[in-house]
Write a protein that binds this ligand. Structure first.
Ligand code: FAD
Length: 401
């Protein structure tokens, strides 16, 4: 006999776990299916290990900072394998905590890869379960380009599994993931080359942030190849040759040799195993198409988080998961304002933003925008030789101030 649930959630990441827990706490009989470790991208191979690595990178600054305050240290040495092991322990501990939270809420956890058997039935291995409501929360995965030699490169998932520190890494992609890894790995002592398609990193962010982050990367010693793309990769003895094409007139070609390559050029959900087409669940531009209530083209099948929205952030997936369960089984619905989501970039130094960039604000409110901008040396640096500045900008609507 197939076991029946009020709700089946596919994917135990940020969105899936929050959705399943809230549903179960509201009294719904709930199952969650996970093919990897419980916790998903954020906990296992995203925000959490990244932030731990960012913290690791900050210790390299201490001798330089502390000198101005009367301290002296001998040359610091970073032990990559030791750090990777500690980070792995912490991530595993957090995964166990997530499992405990699901259990405590009364959610049934099923390990394995889910696929649709019928509109209300899900198969996992040789088990079949049925659900009144089904939620797709499968997240997404980093992609590799379709070029020769791409198999020699990593995505962020594999970078977190690297047992040895790259001596020279070429990172392709100027979005926040590429930028963060470039800044962090440079601080940890790797040589870093960042290859970006445009002339500035962080497309979509305010110009001030883009310029400040890029100049800080360059000052720290990250080599940035602008207007460039990788055309192919070849193996050379122990290293790899990365062949670049730079878009200028005439097009320039060049080659970089490195022992590690990271592509951070975008992420896509893996719908393959689910069999969405057979169920009539529509997708568009690589995402599940949903309405404002997270319903897909099949009304009892829902989707949320990275596989359905363009704001690939943990708090967004969590908020959507809780909201859907409140809609189905509770009363406390929340309206998510996708325009005012605060975002941080874990570059060195870090950057943060909320609301509209100047460009977008000017487009939305022509002739009605005023910007206030300031630069200052942080107090912490005043006793040191570090000459870094903090910058801050307010984008204000003139008529309402
Ligand atoms: P996920 O957390 O990806 O969970 C989906 C789960 O579904 C996975 O565990 C997967 O194994 C499982 N799954 C997939 N297919 C199946 C199947 N067929 N059957 C069963 N299980 C399946 N966000 C922030 O807010 N702040 C940050 O600092 C930040 N840093 C990041 C750094 C990196 C390197 C990356 C890659 C991401 C980062 N993110 C950050 C984004 C954040 O991790 C995601 O937005 C968030 O995890 C999305 O949650 P989700 O539930 O949609 O998907």
């Amino acid at each position: 006999m197939t076991e029946s649930y009020d709700m089946i959630v596919i994917g135990a990441g940020s969105g899936g776990v929050s959705c399943a827990r809230r549903a179960a706490l509201l009294g719904a009989k709930t199952a969650i299916i996970e093919s990897n470790e419980v916790g998903g991208t954020c906990v296992i191979r995203g925000c959490v290990p990244k932030k731990l690595t960012w913290y690791a990178s900050q210790f390299s600054k201490i001798p330089e900072l502390a000198k101005g305050y009367g301290w002296s240290f001998s040359k610091p040495i970073f032990d990559w394998p030791k750090f990777v092991e500690s980070r792995h322990h912490e991530v595993s501990r957090l995964s166990q905590i997530y499992i405990g939270m699901l259990k405590k809420a009364g959610v049934t956890l099923i390990k394995g890869r889910a696929s649709f058997k019928s509109a209300h039935q899900i198969s996992v291995g040789n088990k079949i379960i049925s659900g009144k409501h089904i939620v797709i929360a499968i997240g997404n995965e980093g992609i590799l380009p379709d070029i020769s030699g791409a198999n020699h490169a990593m995505t962020s998932r594999q970078l977190f599994e690297c047992e040895t520190q790259p001596k020279h890494i070429v990172i392709i992609g100027g979005g926040y993931i590429g930028v963060e890894f470039a800044a962090i790995l440079k601080e940890l002592g790797s040589n870093v080359t960042l290859v970006i398609r445009r002339d500035l990193v962080l497309r979509g962010f305010d110009e001030m942030i883009r310029e400040a982050v890029q100049s800080n990367l360059q000052e720290s010693g990250v080599q940035i190849c602008i207007n460039s793309e990788v055309s192919r990769i070849s193996k050379s003895k122990k290293d790899y040759d990365i062949h670049l094409q730079t878009n200028c007139n005439p097009i320039k070609t060049s080659q970089i040799t490195a022992d590690a390559i990271l592509f951070a050029i975008g992420r896509k959900p893996d719908f393959g195993p689910l069999g969405l087409d057979d169920m009539g669940v529509k997708t568009a531009h690589g995402l599940v198409s949903i309405d404002k209530n997270y319903a897909t083209s099949v009304p009892h099948i829902y989707a949320l988080g990275d596989c359905a929205n363009h704001k690939n952030l943990t708090p967004v997936a969590i908020a959507e998961g809780r909201d859907l369960s409140e809609k189905l089984f509770g009363k406390k619905r929340r309206i998510i304002d996708y325009d005012t989501i605060p975002t941080a970039i874990f570059s060195v130094p870090e950057a943060g933003t909320v609301g509209l960039s100047e460009d977008v604000a000017l487009e939305a409110y022509p002739n009605d925008i005023i910007c206030y901008q300031s630069q200052f040396k942080p107090l912490k640096y005043t006793l040191t030789d570090i000459n870094k500045k903090s910058v801050v900008k307010l984008v204000v609507q003139k008529s309402t101030n």
